[in-house]
Design a protein around this ligand. Structure first.
Ligand code: GDP
Ligand code: MG
Length: 168
């Protein structure tokens, strides 16, 4: 009975909440001053999908995305991907297509989901709903609005990815 382990990469511009999302999902906490480096390559969490035990390994970056310096080792063997942008950062929204391409070049067409984080800051939004939905449609991706801070839709994102991976 082989256990399934899935390498998930979480990509997007700096400060959109990637590390916080990984921390939230794997450790159940949210800290405002979360350090950029977690000291390990990934955090993991088991999840049961269709009576099958799956281990999700969520790979974090050490902030290299700000310098466009993510190494091939980060993407190597990735089996699923979370593309993240922030409600309060238009550049992060505009960068999504190029993040998608980077992942595709390295590992091909893997199960992917689009996430708009920081939905708790909707009052300060710089992205119209139609724009975000249009992007998801163009990229043919399932779209979630989430708040890592308020723990909104985070588990749903990873459950969807695990299901999508097992369906292949
Ligand atoms: P990363 O650079 O993409 O890894 O982003 P971080 O996880 O380091 O988060 C950047 C900042 O955004 C930190 O101050 C977080 O506390 C904050 N943050 C992350 N998620 C949320 C969220 O859902 N809502 C709000 N208001 N802040 C968030
Ligand atoms: Mg980070």
């Amino acid at each position: 009975d082989m256990e399934v382990a899935i390498k998930v990469v979480v990509v997007g511009n700096g400060a959109v909440g990637k590390s916080s999302m990984i921390q939230r999902y794997c450790k159940g906490v949210f800290t405002k001053d979360y350090k950029k480096t977690i000291g390990v390559d990934f955090l993991e969490r088991p999840i049961v999908v269709n009576d099958e035990e799956v281990r999700l390994m969520l790979w974090d970056t050490a902030g290299q995305e700000e310098f466009d310096a993510i190494t091939k080792a980060y993407y190597r063997g990735a089996q699923a991907c979370v593309l993240v942008f922030s409600t309060t950062d238009r550049e992060s929204y505009q960068a999504i297509s190029s993040w998608r391409e980077k992942v595709e070049v390295e590992v091909g067409d893997i199960p992917t989901v689009l996430v708009q984080n920081k939905i708790d800051l909707l009052d300060e939004t710089v992205i119209k709903n139609e724009e975000a939905e249009g992007l998801a449609k163009r990229l043919k991706l399932r779209f979630y609005r989430a708040s890592v801070k308020e723990d909104l839709n985070v588990t749903e994102v990873f459950k969807y990815l695990a299901e999508k991976y097992l369906q292949r």
